[in-house]
Design a protein around this ligand. Structure first.
Ligand SMILES: Cc1cc2nc3c(=O)[nH]c(=O)nc-3n(C[C@H](O)[C@H](O)[C@H](O)COP(=O)(O)OP(=O)(O)OC[C@H]3O[C@@H](n4cnc5c(N)ncnc54)[C@H](O)[C@@H]3O)c2cc1C
Length: 385
């Protein structure tokens, strides 16, 4: 029973990735009786949150409404890290290597100033002195965001799952489908063994599986793209490749396209990670064989040889195929199902949703608890404009 004497309300959350896990945790903290269900477990090998690491940064160019969300997310990740006594966050900084005119980086600098986010602007000479393993011959300037860095992604999902349990919530391994009554309202979920799990509110945060679960409501609003990610092994003694911030850049000057590259230095997890944000083709997250594309690997090697010449011959030591769930303008989705009041849909994490899990989960949990919509200022989170 709640303090006011009313029975506790029950929420079923489907999906224990960054979005679902954190929504469950916040709902539990707000007094809900919570059941968190995942088909293959928190941070599993198919989930978008199942990678080893993810970048956390406040550099968002002109899209400055994300800055306070990331600030809040950083606080919540750090709190959970302290509470669980498990390392979830490495705040070694994120380096944005600018091209001319550096519109994205200039937009980020404006947003940093407006939001009191510490940053440094570095010219080429300073970059060479501080980060000798990066070839910056074609980088005129850069922005360093010292409070940002990397998150241990898969581990974070497991820690959130355990935190839900510690807070009194139930966790279940099962595939769940919405249990809709004849009027179309959602009574809870049906599990793979046929059990019905009733709920006052049901939340689906099923990442790349959302569009398949809700084709009528979501149509083609979410698009799943394959992403190949590589980790290379620096030679013995090349510790300079560990003493680096996380980095990112629009690399049009290298490839003559609008490709965006990012990476996480060696020493944090499974090698020197390199990712290209360019979208791969359509992707089936359930049945796709996760074998990397040799053409993507070639491009990654070219980038590496150019920007980190000391790694030109580094062996590939780990590779993963993951997927983005893209939404228009990469904005996340937090809204009620248009035909079922007690059913909420969360998703569209695109290539940047992991870090935001704690902040988006908090917004979702408050809106669900207050039976309201998401705040006007975050209107982009709604299904319908
Ligand atoms: C290569 C790559 C790099 C990225 N880099 C970054 C980055 O640097 N920073 C960043 O912030 N973000 C990054 N992202 C994006 C981020 O990882 C995603 O936006 C985020 O993880 C999405 O989380 P989610 O909870 O929506 O989905 P998921 O993590 O996919 O979780 C969905 C869960 O739902 C479960 N599920 C699905 N259907 C059912 C069902 N019917 N019943 C029960 N369970 C079900 C699945 O098992 C899964 O665990 C990256 C993504 C990729 C692929």
């Amino acid at each position: 029973m709640t303090r006011a004497g009313f029975p506790r309300r029950h929420a079923v959350i489907v999906g224990a990735g960054a979005l679902g896990g954190w929504t469950a945790l916040h709902l539990g903290r707000l007094g809900w009786d919570v059941t968190l269900v995942d088909a293959w477990g928190p941070g599993n090998g198919r989930a978008s949150s199942g990678g080893e690491t993810r970048v956390i940064r406040r550099g968002y160019g002109q899209r400055r409404h994300y800055v306070p969300l990331v600030t809040r997310a950083l606080e919540l990740w750090a709190e959970l890290e302290a509470e669980a006594q498990v390392r979830l966050l490495d705040r070694r900084g994120v380096l944005w290597m600018a091209s001319e005119p550096g519109e994205f980086e200039l937009g980020s600098v404006d947003a940093f100033r407006a939001n009191g986010v510490p940053f440094e602007e570095l010219g080429r000479a300073e970059l060479e002195a501080r980060f000798p393993s990066i070839c910056v011959a074609d980088v005129p300037w850069a922005v360093l965001e010292p409070g940002a860095g990397a998150l241990f992604a898969r581990r974070g999902c497991e820690v959130v799952w355990r935190a839900v349990e510690r807070a009194g919530g139930q966790t279940l391994l099962s595939t769940a489908h919405p249990n809709l009554d004849r009027k179309g309202d959602c009574q809870g979920v049906r599990l793979s063994d046929g059990t019905a799990l009733d709920a006052d509110v049901t939340i689906f945060a099923a990442g790349p599986w959302m569009a398949g679960l809700f084709p009528d409501a979501l149509g083609d609003r979410l698009k799943v793209t394959r992403q190949d990610v590589f980790s290379f092994g620096p030679p013995p003694g090349a510790e300079a490749h560990q003493r680096l911030p996380v980095w990112a850049e629009y690399a049009s000057r290298l490839f003559g396209d609008d490709s965006f590259w990012y990476g996480i230095p060696d020493g944090l997890s499974r090698g020197f990670k390199l990712g290209e944000d360019t979208h791969g083709g359509d992707w089936d997250p359930t049945h796709g064989d996760r074998v990397v594309d040799p053409a993507r690997l070639d491009r990654a090697r070219s980038y590496l040889a150019h920007r980190f010449p000391g790694l030109a011959d580094a062996p590939l030591i780990d590779a993963r195929v993951c997927q983005y769930t893209m939404r228009k303008r990469s904005d996340l989705l937090v809204d009620r199902h248009p035909g079922a009041d007690r059913l909420w849909l969360l998703g569209g994490g695109s290539g940047h949703g992991y870090k935001l899990g704690p902040a988006i989960g908090e917004i979702a949990a408050r809106a669900i608890t207050d039976d309201s919509g998401v705040p006007e200022t975050l209107g982009a989170l709604r299904l319908q404009p």
